[in-house]
Design a protein around this ligand. Structure first.
Ligand code: NAP
Length: 283
């Protein structure tokens, strides 16, 4: 990292908890590779403190990210929400511009880029099973709809939450499963896990893929030091699968581009993530 001076821009990730976030590792590697004058730290805070940090940093040349559980609250305090924030109701990236607090939800772009990286192109014409109906599901759904998927079936523990997501984003290409049996024998080009299941080693799998007649590919948005149990289970069935590491890098790259107005050094970010994950796995 270049020497910190009075001109160094301060960036942060705001959330609770944030101690295990890999965003500081990824962004500081990017700042160093791109030779931009910034430093990125994590700050654990409650919702009220977060609003103060966003406003203060945005007005003093800094910027940052917001993570669980504050993304919806962050969306509500912006002066200039970009389209992805308006459509998902969530903000994960903020910065200041001419005294105004601006925000984006780069989880949408992060999902889009990760999905293309994984499958080699847009999801146009795909039939998708979307597991979960929280913030990550909304981001994935916006990307999938914009790519012209054929249809999306949402399966979530709380059915009403899935209905609300479908009403907000879906249109007529989105359906909601009332129970697991509505999904039985389904045929899907892509299955996307956006639930939290997989964060902890004793979590059950988010879905039993053997209930389906066909699943051509699996994206798990959850990530940890090593492959998630859902990714491992998919691969055991011969289904190509990736975890959320690639999306994490791409949402960070899209945020970098908002803050610095230049292309992000994606290879350096990917390498930093892999190094951090290897050292966590070995710890
Ligand atoms: P969220 O808004 O809190 O939503 C959580 C989702 O998980 C809901 O659908 C919830 O179902 C479901 N869920 C939680 N516990 C469950 C359980 N025991 N059984 C079944 N379903 C359960 O969280 P989020 O922001 O969408 O994040 C979800 C996951 O995506 C997290 O693991 C997060 O790390 C990951 N993520 C990754 C990236 C990336 O860049 N790779 C970006 C964003 C998020 P209910 O509605 O029934 O509660």
């Amino acid at each position: 990292m270049s020497a910190l001076t009075a001109r160094t821009r301060v960036f942060t990730i705001l959330g609770n908890p944030v101690e295990h976030s890999l965003s500081p590792v990824i962004q500081n590697a990017a700042f160093q590779e791109a030779q931009v004058d910034g430093v990125y730290v994590a700050l654990r805070c409650d919702a009220e403190q977060m609003v103060g940090f966003m406003s203060g940093l945005g007005r003093s040349g800094g910027a940052g990210n917001v993570t669980l559980p504050h993304k919806e609250k962050a969306a509500s305090v912006l002066d200039k929400p970009l389209e992805a924030v308006r459509r998902t109701g969530a903000c994960n990236t903020f910065w200041g511009e001419s005294g105004k607090l601006c925000g984006d939800n780069t989880d949408v772009e992060g999902f889009r880029r990760a999905q293309r990286h994984f499958l080699g192109g847009a999801a146009t014409g795909y039939r998708v099973l979307l597991l979960g109906a929280g913030g990550a599901a909304r981001a994935a759904l916006v990307s999938l709809i914009d790519d012209g998927v054929q249809d999306v079936l949402i399966l979530n523990r709380t059915v009403e939450r899935a209905r609300a997501v479908a009403r907000r984003i879906g249109g007529d290409r989105v359906r909601v499963a009332e129970s697991h049996s509505d999904v039985d024998d389904g045929e899907f080009d892509l299955v996307v896990n956006t639930t939290r299941l997989g964060l902890h080693s004793d979590d059950e799998l988010p879905f039993d893929l053997e209930r389906l007649s066909r699943a051509d590919a699996v994206m798990d948005l959850v990530y940890g030091p090593s492959a998630t149990a859902f990714v491992a289970a998919s691969k055991r069935l011969g289904i190509p699968a990736v975890d959320g590491g690639e999306m994490l890098v791409h949402q960070g790259a899209a945020a970098f581009e908002r803050w610095w107005g230049e292309e992000a050094p994606i290879d350096a970010m990917r390498q930093a993530l892999e190094a951090a994950r290897s050292s966590q796995a070995g710890a």
